[in-house]
Design a protein around this ligand. Sequence first.
Ligand SMILES: Nc1ncnc2c1ncn2[C@@H]1O[C@H](COP(=O)(O)OP(=O)(O)OP(=O)(O)O)[C@@H](O)[C@H]1O
Ligand SMILES: [Mg+2]
Length: 476
Amino acid sequence: MITNKEKPKVLLCDDYVKLANFITEQLSAEGFEVEWTGTGHEALQKIREGFVGVVLLDVKLPDMSGLEVFEGIRQMAPDLPVVVITAHGTVDMAVDAVQKGAFDFIPKGQDLVKRLKISLKNAAERLSMTLRLNQLEGQVRGRTTFPDIITESSRMTKVLTSIREVSGSDVPVLITGETGTGKELVARAIHSNSPRRDKIFLPVNSAGIPEGLLETEMFGAEKGAYTGAVQARRGMFELADGGTIFLDEVGELPLSLQAKLLRVLQEGKFLRVGGSREISVNVRVISATNRDLLKEVEEKRFRDDLYYRLAVFPIEIPPLRERGEDIVLLSGYFLKQFSRQEGKEVHGIEHEALEILRNYSFPGNVRELRNIIRHAVLVAKGNMITAQDIDKEFLARREGLLAKVSDSIGERTNLQEFMKIAVPGSDYVAKLDNVVDAYIERVLEVLDGNVSKAAKALGVTRRTIYNRRKRGHKAN
Ligand SMILES: Nc1ncnc2c1ncn2[C@@H]1O[C@H](COP(=O)(O)OP(=O)(O)OP(=O)(O)O)[C@@H](O)[C@H]1O
Ligand SMILES: [Mg+2]
């Protein structure tokens, strides 16, 4: 196993001893651990014995051609990156190898060592990503539990443990976490590991349904309950009978409906709108929120008795920036997913591009990372994602905007708190334009960048949003 992902083991296969010594010296000075072999057979033997690292392969060897060695490596250890070193007159062979999946090729010459170091760094990133994904796939196959939740962070491991603990029972679960952290993903994992897995999983987003319609949506209506109710109608709770209902954005639930929900949780019973017949259902309730619900309770916007009913088993998902190890892993996962989906041969992410991602704060969490990788795969020109493929300006602008609005108040999502603090006379006051811009970005983020939906939600035209964003780009 590799201990240091930036300095993997290197297997150098080159019969030209002088050059091999020189390369070994140079790379060792950089901290790489180099093993040397002079023949193709020896190199293949080492790989058969389980060498894990990057292979540096000369195309001309005494006993076999580099291409043959390369194909041998492919068969035994398809995940090992192979960097081909070419001499004058062997470039064709190297290009051939790259087309067959070699990681890179580097001509012998002045810049050899400099280029080797860069290529090794990139190869190392790819190798460590592949190894981790393989390991994870192995684990998944072993456990067959949460194939969609990709993580290796210890904080997320606690979340996975919670999912396992709570899946078997019917207790209500409250999932909290910032936008895009995977709340719905976790809710689905609980459902599909529960005895209800063959029944429906029904998400209800109370923030997305107008208040006037919400009660009917959730609890149904009897015939004649309101004008136009020519037929009785079943609500979500009836539709979800036997399964799991997922109350997304539960903090947005109006007080009037909170009482009704409480009763369902306590007795499994409710009345349709305009009805007097009690309806019983057997539904497991999982809810989610990105608000601080306890604070909502304190401020009397959320019933405390309901809170304690919903939060019998709380699960908190940490934001992506607090689990840095997942950034690289998830990048690799989404890269695989989107390159397959787009039919593009993009195999890895260059070191420099990964550095940008490692240093970014991901206000939109995993969803944002997913969108960034999707975009990068679409615009990638070669078979690696480069720093240019990552929309750096966009990241900087977003970060700048959000920082302006949120820095001195620490909490990005809490508008009430923000307004208390960001006033003249305090040490912080926000420019209205910045607040509006940041709010637009936030709405877009929640709506997956869909401008039409955002315009509708904000009660403005799409043009307004485009114009403001264009202006924002210039101003920043
Ligand atoms: N650990 C993970 N592994 C793989 N994909 C993930 C992971 N976490 C989140 N995702 C993906 O990120 C996206 C956002 O996840 P999800 O919708 O569950 O977030 P959320 O917390 O419900 O967001 P919101 O608060 O905006 O509703 C989805 O495409 C989801 O599949
Ligand atoms: Mg969600």
